[in-house]
Ligand binder design. Structure first.
Ligand SMILES: Cc1cc2nc3c(=O)[nH]c(=O)nc-3n(C[C@H](O)[C@H](O)[C@H](O)COP(=O)(O)OP(=O)(O)OC[C@H]3O[C@@H](n4cnc5c(N)ncnc54)[C@H](O)[C@@H]3O)c2cc1C
Length: 426
């Protein structure tokens, strides 16, 4: 753990829809598929599979949405964290077109799920990528041109400095790219909605049930503290949280900590002065800041936090970042602050594939899992049904092995951030 919080209340938990509460597993059972992890990925796969007629058991070590899915910025961004120009460098021309198509399909799946299952999750439209420097604007313009020319994407709109400053208060940013097809949501309520939908369609979800051991073979056994599940296929969807259980499908990911705060309610008038847009914002720094206004007029502001010191609600590095963007919020109280862990890969493209012929995994969305998990869960469900074509596109991505020891990971992450801060400053 890199962050020490003296108060780690989570705004999303405080505003969560009703939780049915799922039992923990006792005894032995059989099913077609077992899914480990009840976040966007695991619940998404479970939902797609039960709709196809498979019997599915979901094991969650804590509670539904305990991992990154219940704690994140909720921002829905087209494409991939790497950016599409960099993605092309990694996978080449043909596969980059397929990856883009997947991310477009992800939007359809995400928005359809929310409508079809009537998931109340504060869905908002639009994401602004804000540039703090002219050189970042140049990159945004190139990325826009690339997506328009290569994929005929029409969802990007250029926002110049004056227009941006009429939408978002402060003088930190010099312009932005608006993704009108992006947006934001209440991530925990979306996760709880996915769980409801999967359970109503027949998936068996068990909370407080960690998968402790896997017996590999044609029939897979998953052992928990008080139970056992025998299945034909297994999906590992524990992402950055899976490593705690010593079941590592690959060494391609490294866990990264991000922290978020939520202010006290600002009131309609002040909220509109701070953000005269319903879109959320993410900036173009490698070590990025991201923020949005909630329906109850709180500013939710997040970013990378590698501080070692103990932090309080009023004295923390995320609040300092927020004040760089919105100095006029100095007097505003912080009501909630929390953190979470997500997984990044060397390419910042997801790591999705198979070990053995019947164990599937998906992780490493590199900060873009709200959207990408939707299509990845669909692709994994297809693969379990025998349709491997789209899974193979992900399997071809060459993600490097990364050090798995915490002793190496922490200084490595600090170095990477420092290096990128220097590049950003230059
Ligand atoms: C602070 C923060 C901000 C972020 N902001 C954004 C954003 O704005 N937009 C975006 O797209 N992405 C964002 N992300 C990333 C996004 O949250 C993740 O990509 C996504 O939630 C991953 O979902 P998942 O289901 O794969 O994993 P998780 O949600 O992490 O779920 C994994 C689950 O598996 C369980 N588990 C692990 N091991 C076991 C085991 N052995 N047995 C049983 N259960 C197990 C865990 O308890 C956990 O609940 C952010 C992440 C964080 C932490």
């Amino acid at each position: 753990m890199l962050v020490f919080l003296t108060n780690s209340k989570n705004y999303y938990e405080a505003t969560a829809n009703d939780r049915p509460g799922y039992l923990s597993l006792t005894g032995s059972m059989t099913a077609d598929v077992c899914v480990v992890g009840a976040g966007f990925t695991g619940l998404g796969v479970a939902l797609e599979l039960v709709l196809k007629g498979f019997s599915v058991v979901v094991l969650e070590a804590k509670t539904v949405g305990f991992g990154a899915s219940g704690r994140n910025g909720g921002q829905i961004a087209s494409g991939y964290a790497a950016g599409m120009m960099d993605a092309k460098q990694v996978v080449g021309e043909s596969d980059v077109a397929k990856l883009w198509e997947f991310s477009e399909t992800a939007k359809k799946i995400l928005y359809t799920r929310i409508n079809r299952f009537n998931i109340k999750c504060d869905l908002g439209q639009g994401e602004l990528y804000a540039a703090p420097k002219k050189s970042h604007l140049k990159w945004l313009r190139e990325e826009q041109n690339f997506c328009e020319e290569t994929f005929s994407y029409s969802g990007y709109q250029w926002i110049d400095r004056d227009e941006f400053r009429s939408l978002v208060a402060g003088e930190r940013y010099v312009g932005a790219l608006l993704d009108v097809e992006g947006g934001h949501l209440h991530p925990l309520n979306y996760t709880l909605g996915l769980a409801d939908a999967a359970a109503n369609a027949g998936a068996l979800i068990f909370e407080n049930t960690a998968a402790l051991e896997i017996e590999r073979g044609a029939k897979i056994g998953i052992r928990t503290a008080s139970g056992h599940v025998a299945v034909n296929s297994l999906v590992l969807a524990g992402n950055a949280y899976l490593q705690e259980f010593k079941i590592e499908p690959t060494k391609h990911i490294i866990p990264v900590e991000s922290s978020i705060l939520a202010t006290e309610p600002l009131g309609e008038e002040r909220a509109a002065q701070i953000m005269a847009t319903k879109a959320c914002v993410a900036d173009t720094y490698f070590d990025l800041d991201y923020f949005k206004m909630t329906p109850d007029t709180r500013l939710v502001y997040g970013g990378q936090d590698l501080s070692w010191k103990k932090q309080s609600l009023q004295n923390n590095s995320i609040r300092s970042n927020m004040l760089k963007t919105f100095p006029m919020l100095e007097d505003v109280k912080i009501d909630y602050m929390w953190s979470g862990r997500f997984a990044v890969t060397s390419s910042r493209l997801p790591d999705v594939g198979r070990i053995d012929s019947n164990i599937y995994y998906a992780h490493g969305y590199s900060g873009q899992g709200v959207l990408l998990s939707a299509v990845v869960s669909d692709i994994l469900a297809d693969a379990i049904e025998g349709e491997m074509g789209r899974l193979d596109v992900f399997s071809r991505i060459r993600n490097k092995n990364l050090p798995q020891s915490k002793l190496v990971q922490v200084p490595l992450l600090r170095l990477a951030l420092l290096w990128n801060k220097i590049k950003d400053a230059l």
